[in-house]
Design a binder for this molecule. Sequence first.
Ligand SMILES: *Cc1c(COP(=O)(O)O)cnc(C)c1O
Length: 436
Amino acid sequence: MAELTKVFLDEDEIPTHWYNITADLPTPPPPHLHPGTQQPLQAEDLAALFPAGLIEQELSTERWIEIPEKVREIYRLWRPSPLHRARRLEQALGTTARIYYKYEGESPVGSHKTNSAVPQAFYNREAGRMRLTTETGAGQWGSALAFATQIFGQSCEVWQVRSTFDSKPYRRILMETYGASVTASPSDATQAGRALRERFPDTPGSLGMAISEAIEVAASDPGASYALGSVLNHVTLHQSVIGQEAIKQLAKFGEEAPDFLFACAGGGSNLAGISFPFLRENIEGRMNVDVVACEPAAAPSLTEGEYRYDFGDSSQMTPLLKMYTLGADFVPDPVHAGGLRYHGMAPLVSHAYHEGLLRAIAVKQREAFAAGVEFARAEGIVPASESNHAIAGALRQARQAAEDGTSPVILIGVSGSGQLDLPAYAEYLSGNMLDA
Ligand SMILES: *Cc1c(COP(=O)(O)O)cnc(C)c1O
């Protein structure tokens, strides 16, 4: 056992159900509200944007939701994902901590996002919706949805935040390789885009703006749906395969439970995915894991945002979501390289944070990339820009353990690969990265 470096599970150990934390939270999460009536959202309010299968999941209070066999079959292309013991990183740090990481970078597009893109495409296909629209920032979600829709024979239209459309062409090429069409946002193709361009002629764009455009197109065509890559309950639900696998894999390493769990938090989906199954163990008294959300100091929704109802987009078309938010008009600084730029945080993550079930830290991008480089030099894997924030949080804890002479078990969610984030690494290595 002591020599194990990584644990793979068999394909038949891919979870059969998604885990819905709503069933186990000590207090019920506040409902989404209809933007007009301010009343709790009903299934029919979402019907123009989402298929019935996903709406049911969005509003569900069931603890376990069965994963369709077809989705499990596609998950087999890359799941179960490996859990590594970071032995070489431990040595490099001189830490007495035992460090593990769950690596989602081996999915076809290099991140956890396919875990939700595939079921989203599946439920839309079931409902006969053959045209999907979405937004993307750096392109991880757009490429995940482009991959998934292509499997089910659907078309995919992606609005990409203009600053990354121009500066990061590789994921656009990936999306186009899978057959998606990609438009820089804000664009002239939608009313929302034209209005935003009139108000903010030189805007670099934002996720909130791109969401407005994708929603407008989906809402105007009954054969189309909108797909969101994070934030919503059904997305956090799909990502729960990550934490369920990690619990089994830690046991195979002979570990009862992690003492600390670090995951990066943009919209909150990978954090929710890895941590909610562990929070269930905490709630039921079997574990006592200290879950730490690591967000970028440049978009600090949990550590500096307000907990209130807000829109998910800039044009106030989405339902009202109770979440930690920087305001739907938030436009992140385009010089920030670390990804994770959404203005809000998943309502379920926000509620769990508000209830004290997890805590949050903000990490500046230079510290994040220093950690990512240290990780790459020890473990070989170059982590995604976003994942670096989680690694930075874990390194703080590992160094603390070395000082204190304690031996905690630290689990890191490494949400993706950084092979397409190399320009950000170049910026860091050249010393030009701002300490924001
Ligand atoms: C999209 C993305 C994130 C941020 O989204 P969350 O919903 O917070 O998980 C983090 N890491 C990677 C690799 C991503 O692609």
